[in-house]
Write a protein that binds this ligand. Structure first.
Ligand SMILES: *Cc1c(COP(=O)(O)O)cnc(C)c1O
Length: 233
């Protein structure tokens, strides 16, 4: 079994390869190491190998791990945030990557105002209208854009997606291209830049980079397979 440091190295190499193939610089692609379900001790191995940005999908897990790890780390919430967790999570994270509804965006606006914060956020897009997934329908997002932009506490930096799972990255690639096109369209409609595209996971991050990903969210390829049964920390 290779170590976390070795696997991180491999991922970084694959990222720079994919970036080069896409004619992009490697700095344009930021690696979010998805540490959900892994202990602080395991996260520390990645930190020792130079990884500073981590993704979690549960607020409780961020709260539990953060005190055990260096304060220089940057945390992204990559799962949808529930209303009653916004106040807790805002001070803890660098970015909310999966803002999935207007209602939640309004709640973030209000609470960020209370806390004096201007959170960086991405809007999650439900590309294939999957009922099991969160996110804005693309056409609805276009209609809501003005209202979202009126929420002046939110720094809306781009879009995020989790396409339907397919082992074949070429299938995912169509969805990644689609997210980029939606972004381009929204930039025209809204007249504001949306530079960030968070897309691509362990099995398809290279396809995502070829289509313009600026954040790739990689978990199991770094930390190993997660247990099917969620263990507490
Ligand atoms: C778990 C998760 C990932 C990472 O998945 P891997 O297949 O382990 O790389 C990425 N994005 C989101 C939103 C996740 O929940």
């Amino acid at each position: 079994m290779s170590s976390i440091a070795e696997r991180l190295d491999t991922i970084r190499e694959r990222i720079s390869h994919a970036a080069a193939r896409a004619g992009r610089t490697v700095q344009e692609v930021k690696l979010v190491a998805v540490s959900k379900t892994y202990s602080a001790e395991i996260v520390r191995e990645a930190v020792d190998a130079g990884q500073l940005c981590f993704g979690e999908n549960r607020v409780q897990e961020i709260q539990a791990k953060q005190p055990l790890l260096p304060s220089k780390l940057r945390w992204h919430l990559i799962g949808p945030v529930q209303s009653n967790k916004i106040r807790k999570v805002l001070p803890l994270v660098e970015m909310l990557q999966a803002v999935h509804s207007l209602e939640i965006a309004k709640d973030i606006q209000r609470i960020a105002g209370d806390l004096g914060l201007i959170p960086r956020v991405l809007l999650e897009v439900n590309l294939a209208a999957e009922s099991t997934k969160h996110g804005f329908a693309p056409d609805r997002l276009a209609r809501l854009l003005d209202e979202l932009y009126s929420l002046d506490r939110l720094q809306i930096e781009g879009l995020m997606c989790i396409p339907p799972f397919d082992l074949d990255p070429e299938k995912s690639r169509r969805y990644f291209a689609r997210l980029r096109e939606i972004r381009d369209e929204l930039e025209k409609i809204g007249g504001a830049p949306l530079p960030e595209l968070s897309m691509g996971m362990s099995h398809d991050f290279e396809a995502a980079i070829l289509e313009g990903a600026t954040f790739v969210r990689v978990g199991s390829a770094i930390f190993g397979e997660r247990n099917a049964i969620k263990k507490p920390l």
